[in-house]
Design a protein. Structure first.
Length: 537
């Protein structure tokens, strides 16, 4: 195996024996082969006159399954590979052409898959810079695919996204120059913006606009079900199916923003949020006592303490863990097994008490626009610092908590994604009623932060988005953060700090391109970074 797609990769170089995330060498190899076959499907798909939606949706699901901490189940990957071969086979092909191996290779069975995987992984591209750019595109696509899939679940699909996934994946099999690959990277960012806009529309038209909300972080006296990940449709159906059963529902990790949506607030048994970011699930799932539903990444190696009460669904998978089947056409998922189990469980152990405030997506912030603009004009707010992205296990991520605590009292932190758990429970106060931490929602709601920036640019009549008093101090971990980063670059945002380390998959030359064109920088010491940001650097 060789995998360097996430921030916690071994020695910030690459995982080679077993993933730091717990992914086995075999799982990693099967993921490589799946991606390879998605490229073959793409080569065929991009030639078709009409976008093959079925193939497009499969590509999105396949990419999503390979995101860090989404799926650890070899059998599931073998099934996806078989499905990929079938879908590819059914697509028309011009026999006269000299076809790429990803279009023609075929075999059956785990052994054959694992053998082939050895030669089609990341290191098959020898030139370090080309490999770096190809992988940057593929990782961006994984994030984009995840967001496209969330929108598709809510019946918001756009063939343009599928066409682009095919175009981009097919391009990674060709001898493109560095300049062409940089252009493809930017186009991936552009499509990332489009995808997040579609998902924003899907979420808000289906569940209403997130609104300022105080979320209870304590525990109640009834048994509960804990739901994690990013899938709001699962949230909706779980709330429906638990109503009147005497079982409460709690969010964990990236599901916290579900608390901000009007459509979910009407449920009295929606108790609040339990715990923190994904990497604390080992302890927090243990003390929760009730069943846990993982709707997307991040699942981490499952402990015995809760193995018999954790469930996966959608693209998530873990060997030996019960999986809730997809919803039937025009039907709903069946969560009854989880509900029945919950009734037999003890209530959660209370691990903290109080509330946290969030729900500051673009619509809510725009309702406060007058207040915000006045505060900027009067100097009450000197600067906004966007600290969106992911959280992770490393101690170095204390940096983000320390930055939040060190920033002067006249600054406002804009956040989205699970990065927020480093500072969303600190007492940072407010500025004239505007909380100093404005949480827009999940990582995809970073789109909201971009919309807010563009609106402020308009209000202040600025030509350049970089003239706003906004700094970017982004934390990344997995590939959804890669598409968020590429989206920001496409929107012209310069001077982003990226941490806690720069991606291992960026070669020195690719880093230089990003530095020269976008002034991207690694994080440094807290005091120095805060001082620099306050000077707009
Ligand atoms: Fe290593 Fe991250 Fe890949 Fe897991 S996802 S194998 S930790 S680089
Ligand atoms: Fe977190 Fe996994 Fe990225 Fe959606 S849940 S932000 S890491």
């Amino acid at each position: 195996m060789f995998c360097y797609q996430c921030q916690e990769t071994a020695k910030n170089e690459g995982c080679t024996m077993r993933g730091v995330c717990g992914k086995s060498g075999e799982t990693s190899d099967l993921q490589d082969l799946l991606i390879y076959l998605l490229k073959g499907i793409s080569i065929k798909g991009e030639k078709a006159e009409m976008v093959d939606r079925k193939a497009g949706r499969f590509i999105a699901e396949g990419l999503f399954a390979t995101i860090t901490n989404a799926n650890f189940d070899n059998d599931r990957f073998a099934e996806l590979i078989q499905q990929a071969l079938k879908i590819r086979h059914a697509m028309p092909m011009d026999a006269a052409e000299n076809l790429h191996d990803s279009v023609t290779w075929t075999a059956d069975g785990m052994d054959a898959f694992l053998e082939k995987a050895k030669s089609v992984g990341v290191l098959a591209t020898e030139n370090e810079d080309i490999r770096s750019l190809r992988e940057l595109v593929v990782y961006g696509l994984k994030g984009l695919a995840a967001y496209a899939e969330h929108a598709a679940v809510l019946d918001f699909e756009d063939d343009v996204l599928y066409a682009f996934m095919m175009e981009a994946l097919a391009s990674t099999t060709r001898d493109l120059s560095v300049d062409e690959l940089v252009a493809l990277t930017m186009k991936t960012g552009e499509m990332g913006v489009k995808t997040m806009a579609i998902l924003d529309q899907a979420n808000t038209e289906t569940y209403g606009n997130p609104e300022m909300t105080e979320v209870n972080i304590g525990a109640g006296s009834k048994p509960g079900i804990l739901i994690s990940g990013h899938d709001l449709k699962d949230m909706e159906e779980l709330l429906e199916q638990t109503q009147g059963t005497g079982v409460d529902v709690y969010t964990h990790g990236e599901m916290l923003p579900a608390n901000y949506y009007p459509a979910f607030k009407k449920y009295d048994h929606f108790h609040g949020n339990y715990g923190n970011a994904w990497w604390k699930q080992g302890e927090e799932f243990t003390t929760f006592n009730g069943p846990i539903l993982m709707t997307t990444n991040c699942i981490v190696p499952v402990k015995e303490a809760y193995k018999d009460r954790i469930y996966t669904t959608n693209t998530v998978g873990y060997p030996g863990v019960a999986h809730i089947a997809d919803r039937p056409e025009d039907g709903k998922k069946d969560f009854s097994a989880i509900v029945e189990q919950a009734k037999t469980c003890a209530a959660p152990v209370e691990i903290e008490t109080g509330t946290i405030t969030g729900g500051f997506a673009h619509h809510q912030v725009m309702q406060l626009a007058d207040k915000v603009v006045d505060a900027v004009k009067s100097g009450a707010i000197k600067r906004f610092v966007v600290m969106a992205g992911c959280d992770g296990r490393h101690k170095t991520r204390d940096y983000y908590k320390d930055v939040a605590e060190t920033l002067p009292k006249d600054t406002v932190i804009l956040t989205a994604g699970c990065a927020k758990y480093r500072y969303n429970k600190l007492e940072l106060g407010d500025i004239g009623g505007i909380p100093r931490v404005l949480d827009a929602g999940q990582c995809n709601d970073s789109y909201s932060l971009a919309v807010i920036a563009m609106k402020l640019q308009e209000v202040f009549g600025l030509d350049d988005i970089n003239d706003l008093p906004i700094s970017y101090d982004i934390a990344w971990y997995e590939q959804k953060a890669v598409i968020v980063l590429l989206a920001l670059l496409f929107l012209g945002v310069k001077g982003i700090r990226l941490g806690p380390t720069l991606p291992a998959f960026l070669s020195a030359n690719v880093v230089k391109v990003l530095v020269d064109n976008f002034d991207i920088k690694p994080i440094g010491e807290v005091e120095a970074d805060v001082a620099a940001m306050m000077e707009g650097k």
